[in-house]
Design a protein around this ligand. Sequence first.
Ligand code: PMP
Length: 356
Amino acid sequence: MCKYWNDRTQNLAPYIPGEQPRDRRFIKLNTNENPYPPSPRVIEAIKEAAGIELRLYPDPACTSLRAAIAERYGVKPEQVFVGNGSDEVLGFAFGAFFADHDPPILFPDITYSFYSVYAGLWGIPYRTIPLADDFSITVSDYVFPSGGIAIPNPNAPTGIPLAVNEVLSLAKCLEKQNKVLILDEAYIEFGGDSAIRHIDDYENLLVVRTLSKSASLAGLRVGYAVGSENLIEGLCRIRDSFNSYTLDRLALAGATAAIRDADYYAEINNKVIATRKRVSQILAELGFTVLPSAANFVFIKAPNISGADVSSELRGRGILVRHFDKARIADFLRVSIGTDEEMDTFLSACRTITGN
Ligand code: PMP
């Protein structure tokens, strides 16, 4: 608390990001980064961009990156927005499409914890809808008048995917109310089914993606949204009332190269998926509860030992995972999928900790 803070600042409940340790080398399975390096073409493109042109502002329209994304998904560049990480894109989207005077917006009770933060920042009322007992999202629970819906597919931190027809049923229901569905596909490339091909059918559907996980570029900070031209223009209005240059020259060059190197990324992400399957099976054999994940992490519960204890035991062995001290999931841990070698170290620590 500080006497110089206005009411807005005082009332914020900011997001707390996962730990990025600097003092010690850990096996980092706590923030869902990709364990494999970015495409070599990305590094080349960034090196090439790191020249005297840095004295000039970047392209505010982000033309080449938006063209590359549009080409990849068979949409128009006017249907693509890019931003400084999908967090920024989501934050702009909440400000652009949800309103303080509308009925509450809806999102799951267990989901990405930034949604309630954006709602708080923009003064948007929200209501959380409980996940089912098996931690899945029941779309019929969202079918009533609301100010809009934000939902990740797959959900985080559970990793459980939704079928596209279920996602579209939400868009359809909101369309009748003139409200927007923000569909956060941060982890879709690890086995889920994207709704991008349906954006021309639903003018109120905004699909948000990130290069942080599947393009192994968490350090570059690039996210994007695909949707109707009207939704994209709404996002541009918010951005251009805040900062016209959210992506710098290096990020634009690197991200464009990443979008164009789909083959490289299919290869590394298939490795992540294969490792996830193997690790899930072994954890289940060790007596862990393992939710069915379509993401680059698994959400797990150890037999007979609390989530907080497993997390601190792992930390003592040099392995970081994410623990959320929250009702219903306090005994669960979100474990990012690392390389096979890292996961073998993690699995043997789990065997020791659970006495298996
Ligand atoms: N959505 C979800 C569901 C996430 O887990 C994350 C990562 N914390 C993001 C969006 C944001 O990713 P980024 O800002 O790195 O693009």
